[in-house]
Design a protein around this ligand. Structure first.
Ligand code: FAQ
Length: 351
């Protein structure tokens, strides 16, 4: 067992096997494409039929306004999370313990920027611009994942983020590869393949520390102690308090509930922690034979709500940094726009 190499029962090859199966299903759905509806078709009924048949809604298709708004909310929140998520890890680029570790971390943080880009592009297909989305984040009108409001205090935290945060992200995102909205599903396939690699690099950092000196092992354990519950909280409020789950599942945007995915994550981590020789900080964690799953202590959902509403340990710092980076990058955007305009006018002259 290494990183996310565990045998899943749902698909051969574990989570990556599921991504491949989702990719094949996506291709098959495209081949069965029903094309645009005829002129006299009831558009709402056609939308429901496409969802029922497990085909994809594409940007050209009619969709209920609430479906469009839900997708913009979720995809934008996801995109913002990737971009803000660069900060806690970026904090360690200059302090990584070796050149090799530095190069790997640099590449990983750069990948997160790429994920943000795919996701903003997917959201743009819903009729909102990237500039508008960025403004909504900067004005505090859209969210990003709670997890990125926790500080990275030691190098082991970079390992814990890879193992637990990327691990939770994959468990949450593999089902999104089967999301009913085509551009989001396609973006997720690519993101999941890369996240899987990220998870392994984090696991490898922790494995090295956990098998190093007693001080290194203690540092790894301390990181697990601090990141475990915030990682469980990433899956969102419990099903009983989840505002959007029922509708999102009916539309096949979400395929599993928050609690189902949280359980799946815990079940995946237990064996991996054993291989690391680290202890998950939950005295009530134990196998339940009847449920064929682990019983575990839930995260503190009041803390989750505090962090979501802006009162986590690093919310202000993260947003201040994002606003500063956005302002300092204005000249780059202006230069790129001026260059693009110049190219267009050159092409016009040549035509
Ligand atoms: N943080 O009704 P639900 C990553 C909000 S990417 C903040 O259950 P839903 C990669 C929720 O928006 C991590 N807010 O909502 C990486 C809603 O608020 P609203 C991001 C949260 O949408 C790794 C309210 O609570 N991943 O880590 C959170 O059905 C390393 C009620 O909740 C995604 O975004 C939270 N944890 O389910 C990058 C995946 N949980 O809008 C760098 C896509 C809930 O009504 C380094 N998103 N809320 O005011 C999803 O799957 C879903 O949106 C959920 C929430 C599952 C997060």
């Amino acid at each position: 067992m290494y990183g996310n190499d565990f045998s899943g029962e749902d698909a051969p090859g574990g989570l990556l096997g599921e991504v491949e199966a989702a990719e094949a299903a996506l291709r098959a759905a495209a081949e069965r494409d029903r094309g645009a509806p005829g002129q006299d078709v009831d558009l709402a009924a056609y939308f429901a039929e496409v969802i029922d048949a497990d085909q994809k809604i594409e940007p050209r298709d009619w969709m209920p306004e609430a479906y469009r708004r839900t997708l913009i909310r979720q995809i934008a929140q996801h995109a913002h999370s990737e971009i803000i998520g660069m900060q806690p890890e970026g904090n360690w680029i200059s302090r990584a313990p070796s050149l090799k570790r530095k190069a790997i971390l640099l590449a990983k943080v750069q990948d997160e920027a790429g994920h943000g880009l795919y996701l903003y592009a997917a959201a743009e297909t819903l009729g909102i611009s990237r500039d508008e989305l960025v403004d909504l984040l900067l004005e505090g009108r859209q969210k990003y994942s709670s997890i990125f409001n926790y500080p990275t205090l030691t190098w082991a935290d970079v390992g814990a983020i890879g193992w637990l945060v990327d691990g939770a992200a994959i468990v949450n995102q593999v089902p999104l590869c089967r999301c009913s909205y085509g551009p989001y599903a396609r973006a997720m396939i690519r993101v999941c393949k890369e996240e899987s690699f990220h998870q392994r690099q984090g696991y490898e950092i922790l494995h090295t520390l956990a098998h190093g000196t007693p001080a290194q092992k203690a540092m790894a354990q301390d990181a697990l102690d601090r990141w475990w519950y915030p990682s469980l909280a990433m899956f969102g409020p419990p099903d009983s308090d989840s505002t959007h789950s029922a509708q999102s599942m009916a539309w096949k945007i979400k395929r599993f509930s928050n609690d189902e995915l949280r359980q799946r994550f815990v079940d995946m981590c237990v064996g991996q922690a054993e291989v690391l020789g680290l202890t998950i900080p939950d005295p009530d964690l134990r196998w339940n034979d009847e449920r064929q799953a682990y019983d575990f202590t839930q995260p503190d959902y009041d803390e989750l709500m505090r962090v979501i509403t802006g009162d986590g340990p690093c919310n202000r710092q993260r947003m201040e940094h994002r606003r500063r980076a956005h302002a300092e990058g204005a000249w780059v955007r202006e230069a790129a726009a001026a260059y693009a305009a110049k190219q267009v006018s050159k092409e016009k002259v040549a035509a």
